[in-house]
Design a protein around this ligand. Sequence first.
Ligand code: NAD
Ligand code: UDP
Ligand code: UDP
Length: 312
Amino acid sequence: MLKKILVTGGAGFLGSHLCEKLVNSGHDVVCADNFFTGSKQNITPLLGNPNFEVLRHDVTFPLYVEVEQIYNLACPASPVHYQFDPVQTTKTSVHGAINMLGLAKRTKARILQASTSEVYGDPEVHPQREDYLGRVNPIGPRSCYDEGKRCAETLFFDYYRQHQLDIKVVRIFNTYGPRMHPNDGRVVSNFIVQALRNEGITIYGDGQQTRSFCYVDDLIDGMIRMMESEKGYCGPVNLGNPGNFTMLQLAEKILALTHSKSKLVFKPLPQDDPRQRQPDITLARDKLGWSPTVGLEDGLRETIRYFRGIIG
Ligand code: NAD
Ligand code: UDP
Ligand code: UDP
């Protein structure tokens, strides 16, 4: 059952954990990454392994390799990074999907798309089920990411209907853990770095907006279960931890776990910032037998340990 597997975005936060898990299971893994937000450090532990190979490659260009499975993760995920070059972000999602689907079509590989809860936009339905069609602004600063990911889902389902490709789509909700980029502006990494440095904890808006946070190990387990699910089951499936927290509650937890002297500082809410987001994971439970096992405090402890190590 050992396979040759391509992971695009494999040097990023989620991608590096995925590569590690696949290599440790004995698979032969090719990581393709342009290192925009990923790093060689993330994959250093794998570099000596004969089952692991890295290609510096931008998925907006064609790629010819022979593989049996493709996990398509290439795309900057944090607002700071995806808004840095928004045109490139859309190209990565759309041209990247076309190229990886073309590759899957030629090699008859099974292909999984790392989609996102952002396809629901600023949702008026709460929690979000997969049949909710979303409320997305097509022309705002988040659109390059949200609409790029929506179009990628469209391409996946059209390649499925038109070319009978073996596709799988997961919609990932906020995931955190070791190897998050310290400067990516995500709430978990920001708060931990600020707390460890005893700097102000930046709460955007009134801090009453809610998010659900999934620990990386749980997420990777769900992604692999989806890839290994029965043929013909395409999703989309939500993957996330349904625990629901305001940003103020998150800040309090991180302050307590780090014994920090930081104070809260309130900053303006970014445009189109979703008010609430929480996955309904009934489908993942039923179809994949998956549900998260790591609680927020345990996951935060591991993440804090990682950030202490890299920022001193
Ligand atoms: P990340 O930024 O750490 O990883 C993305 C990786 O893709 C990086 O290594 C980056 O260098 C690479 N990349 C970007 N553009 C590329 C291109 N054109 N060609 C090749 N490589 C490219 O982010 P992450 O958190 O690991 O996210 C991985 C995937 O999961 C993304 O597709 C993201 O949209 C999705 N996702 C993540 C979350 C989350 O909470 N982390 C939530 C929803 C969806
Ligand atoms: N492609 C690729 N690797 C392959 C096969 C295809 O990167 O092994 C790219 C190729 O550049 C093509 C795209 O995938 O433009 C879509 O391929 P498809 O076969 O669907 O379409 P076509 O080749 O007809 O444009
Ligand atoms: N946020 C915050 N302070 C920060 C960074 C983010 O209050 O320093 C808020 C942000 O406005 C959003 C929530 O935390 O409401 C989650 O933001 P993140 O960028 O982590 O994820 P996303 O908005 O993509 O879910």
